[in-house]
Design a protein around this ligand. Structure first.
Ligand SMILES: Nc1ncnc2c1ncn2[C@@H]1O[C@H](COP(=O)(O)OP(=O)(O)OP(=O)(O)O)[C@@H](O)[C@H]1O
Ligand SMILES: [Mg+2]
Length: 228
């Protein structure tokens, strides 16, 4: 693959439970190209969340290297990692992680406030663009507990996209949703992938979700058994 956006070599991750080592990832080699719409499939406990957290610069690998745009992020300082995460990566968590006291506008705008490099007018324009893209204009003043599960997931997607990241990571993006809502979320993600060339990497064990993926990578016991 020429110029992969992500290149993982020999990535390992060990967790420690007291003195017991839990090898969650045991040597992952993977190249991901710009604009891919890819799923990571594997049974519970196989290492999907661990892998996404490492790709998303939320957690550090124990060994191996992760190249983002050709740059080794495993050697970066925490400060640089935070900046890279904010500018290049959008993360959609399984549990949404919305801020309960913020309404829809405030939740979506939040990453732009952290970036500190936009004027209030730019922030507002971008925030409303994403809110429209996920169809939440009528709900802008609702707080998360005043929204349905699918609507919350849309807020999380809009928030992940508001900084125009090159990569969106989504951990079981439809796990908490009914199948109709899950389908419309996937359609929205696919449309964004096609329109903006945003790279999407999502984890799932749901066959209905897998059929949307253009590439499926399989993980078992911390090792890739298929690279799609
Ligand atoms: N913080 C932690 N401390 C110790 N072990 C952990 C920790 N997080 C994950 N593990 C272990 O690492 C392995 C991989 O976990 P991971 O959460 O990545 O799996 P998963 O594929 O996302 O599973 P699921 O489909 O249930 O979400 C499991 O054996 C798990 O028990
Ligand atoms: Mg998981």
């Amino acid at each position: 693959m020429s110029n992969p956006i992500l290149h993982l070599s020999g990535v390992t991750k060990d967790y420690w439970l007291g003195k017991v080592k839990v090898p969650a990832l045991r040597g992952i080699d993977l190249e991901i190209g710009k604009g891919e719409f890819m799923s990571i499939k594997g049974p519970s406990g196989s290492g999907k969340t661990t892998l996404l957290n490492i790709i998303g610069l939320i957690d550090n690998a124990t060994g191996g290297s992760v190249l983002l745009d050709g740059k080794d992020v495993t050697r970066e300082t925490d400060k640089n990692m935070t900046r890279l995460r904010l500018t290049k990566i959008g993360f959609i968590f399984q549990t949404f992680n919305l801020i309960p006291v913020f309404n829809v506008i405030e939740n979506v705008e939040f990453p732009l406030l952290l970036l500190k490099d936009r004027t209030p007018a730019e922030r507002r324009r971008k925030t409303m663009e994403l809110i429209d893209a996920v169809g939440l204009r009528p709900y802008v003043h609702h707080r998360p507990n005043e929204l349905s599960g699918g609507q919350r997931q849309r807020v999380a997607i809009a928030r992940a996209l508001v900084t125009d990241p090159e990569i969106i990571l989504a951990d079981e993006p439809t796990a908490n949703l009914d199948s109709v809502t899950g389908k419309s979320i996937l359609e929205a993600m696919k449309e964004m992938n096609e329109r903006r060339q945003t790279t999407f990497i999502f984890s799932t064990h749901d066959a209905g979700v897998l059929q949307y993926a253009r590439r499926i990578v399989e993980i078992h016991d911390g090792l890739l058994t298929s690279r799609g």
